[in-house]
Design a protein around this ligand. Structure first.
Ligand code: 6GU
Length: 226
């Protein structure tokens, strides 16, 4: 899989050199490149934004520079273009799964009050485009959101996470949160590991974990139970 990110702060993406994702890059499973949007400006100040039509606070990223940047990064390819915005569709495990099957992803990281909407409209004519948000809060820009999405997507690629089971059993894969986990020692600061987990009865353990998943989902994410 090839992944490109376009941003005025490409340095944000250096965290992708670390850990699992870094290994996936080294082993050639993914090719990632962060691009500086300002490389496609023409003026000495490398301007990327201007005041909004219709008035209001903040600045809007200009279409011309984004058009050139995406033309250049998408040349000779048919990427899915992801526009990061708090006004986007909520990024979920299902979307991560869908995107993990694509050849090429381009993350267009908006800053300020967003990107001129005609950029989304224009590239939507020739490409699959998605406006995605990672949750109901506002970040200063889409870089951190893109890093989160890239990690969620790349770890689903065959060969990135060693243990296929650890992918399957995870929270969200079955619509419920994961059950609580315990390791040694059996007693810690007066707190004991739940009896059932020490029993060796696999059916009992599975039943207990299922019930814990349900209780935890009810408490932390009642919206998931519908
Ligand atoms: Cl994708 N961008 C920004 N700026 N804020 C966000 C977000 C994205 N997702 C949640 N908050």
């Amino acid at each position: 899989m090839r992944i490109d990110a376009i941003s005025i702060f490409p340095e944000f993406f250096s965290v992708l050199d670390l850990s699992l994702i870094g290994k996936a890059r080294e082993s050639g499973l993914i090719a990632f490149k962060a691009h500086n949007l300002r490389d496609w400006t023409n003026d000495v100040h490398k301007t990327v934004d201007d005041t909004p039509y219709g008035g209001g606070a903040g600045m809007v990223m200009m279409p011309e520079v984004w058009g050139k940047a995406i033309d250049s990064v998408a040349a000779g390819s048919k990427p899915v273009i992801i526009f990061t915005t708090p006004a986007g569709e909520l990024f979920t495990q299902q979307i991560a799964q869908e995107l993990s099957t694509k050849e090429h992803l381009v993350f267009a990281c908006g800053r300020y009050e967003g990107i001129d909407q005609r950029v989304v409209e224009h590239f939507g004519k020739d490409f699959e485009v998605r406006e995605l948000s990672i949750g109901d809060y506002v970040l200063n820009g889409g870089e951190v959101a893109s890093v989160a999405m890239i990690e969620a997507i790349v770890r689903l690629l065959p060969g990135v996470v060693g243990n296929a089971e650890s992918l399957e059993e995870e929270s969200f894969s079955e619509g419920q949160l994961e059950y609580p986990s315990y390791t040694k020692p059996q007693s810690w600061r007066g707190l004991e590991v739940p009896e059932t987990l020490l029993s060796g009865h696999h059916a009992e353990i599975a039943k207990w974990r299922n019930e814990q998943s349900r209780l935890r989902t009810q408490k932390n994410r009642p919206d998931l139970l519908k």
